[in-house]
Design a protein. Structure first.
Length: 392
């Protein structure tokens, strides 16, 4: 086969996609028969939420940027489908690779299925079993139309088999996001953000909240932040605040948070908000934290690999391996329980185990396994097509 014989559309739409896709595209570029094409739907579109991640993860500029932007779930999904559908009809790929569970993931997978283009889903089979989460719908639909399903943990394969997915389509490869983490960790540990904040290693807590169930509830969000404010009496809380969360906090008139302007030293206590951090800065911040409080799926995985205590402020998790084998604790959404669990964690002075072992295949080589399977799939599909053509 000549150079770039197999054209592969690698789709990103939001930051978590980029962390999973970056090592996969890097591995694809090392194989002459593959022609990896980066398609950015524009679901995350400002610099802090998108461009800086492309740069720090070495993804490079997108070959196509659909510039979809924000909107309601149905409007955003429909617009991604419309623009991506037009793209694949104009420049047809041999394979579409999607990752994670954002709207762009499902939308582009559906286009692939309708256009009879094979779809590979990175991070398949994760389930919260909570259909009120938009991400859960995206996960189930994407897996149902995918031809290659790459899993990160054993529970994922069990979920897929239970849903009737052909076992020959399922491949346990490990966690591509951990590939990116390992790649960036040394650089992240040299980040100056902690010094600029004026906090010491192990002397602060990191908070992230962005899920609609937490952020959009006019009762839950103030109550959660009130509990966090009490926790900040023990250690300062650094809160890189998602634009969506910041807007809701402003609407609700939530007080008691201090904005860090990039120059002043964080006080000994209090909740300190800052804009979303770059990948490198945020990874360095999490790596040195005493504890992380989050409702994010990806951060549950990152803290598990790093051995950092994590409290997940949700009633469920689609990443059970972070609880059974990692440092994550699922604490529900009762603010009083959040306060109790946080103080328990801090009082125990949890330290990273010197001999801590990450979950199976979270070893920095998931992207190599993914690309090897993709190469075999495309080559086999190509040979089958040739045989079918010859038979006719």
């Amino acid at each position: 086969m000549g150079k770039g014989n197999f054209k592969i559309f690698n789709v990103v739409g939001a930051r978590p996609n980029m962390m999973k896709m970056a090592p996969i595209m890097a591995e694809m570029r090392s194989h002459s028969e593959l022609n990896p094409v980066l398609v950015h739907t524009g679901q995350h579109y400002d610099f802090a939420m998108s461009q800086v991640f492309l740069e720090q993860l070495k993804l490079g500029e997108p070959d196509y940027n659909l510039q979809v932007g924000s909107g309601t779930h149905h409007a955003q999904t429909a617009e991604v489908m419309r623009r991506f559908g037009e793209l694949v009809q104009a420049d047809r790929p041999d394979l579409i690779v999607v990752a994670g569970d954002v709207n762009s993931t499902m939308a582009c997978a559906l286009v692939g299925a309708k256009e009879l283009i094979p779809v590979a889903h990175v991070e398949s089979g994760l389930r919260s079993f909570d259909r009120t989460m938009p991400e859960e719908i995206n996960r189930v639909v994407t897996d149902s139309v995918s031809d290659i399903l790459f899993t990160t943990e054993s529970s994922a394969a069990e979920n897929l088999l239970h849903e009737g997915i052909d076992p020959n389509k399922i491949h346990f490869v490990g966690n591509a996001m951990i590939d990116s983490l390992i790649f960036a960790l040394d650089t992240a540990r040299k980040s100056t953000l902690r010094e600029r904040l004026g906090v010491q290693q192990g002397g602060y807590i990191v908070l992230t909240l962005h899920r609609p169930a937490n952020v959009d509830d006019p009762v839950r969000l103030p109550a959660a932040l009130e509990a966090i404010a009490k926790i900040s009496e023990d250690l300062p809380v650094i809160f890189p605040i998602h634009p969506r969360t910041a807007a809701r906090a402003t609407e609700l008139g939530i007080a008691g948070m201090h904005a860090w302007d990039g120059t002043q030293t964080v006080a000994a206590n209090g909740v300190w908000t800052m804009p979303p951090a770059s990948y490198i800065d945020f990874l360095g911040l999490v790596d040195s934290a005493a504890m992380v409080v989050t409702d994010s799926g990806g951060i549950q995985e990152e803290t598990t690999y790093l051995g950092v205590p994590c409290l997940t402020f949700r009633d469920n998790t689609e990443r059970p391996v972070t609880v059974t084998e990692g440092t994550n604790r699922l604490i529900g959404t009762d603010p009083e329980n959040l306060l109790r669990e946080a103080r328990l964690t801090l009082s125990q002075s949890l330290q990273r185990a010197k001999c801590y072992t990450p979950p199976n295949l979270w070893d920095g080589h998931a992207s190599e396994r993914i690309v090897a399977i993709i190469r075999n799939y495309l080559t086999t599909a190509g040979l089958s097509a040739s045989v079918a053509t010859a038979a006719r």
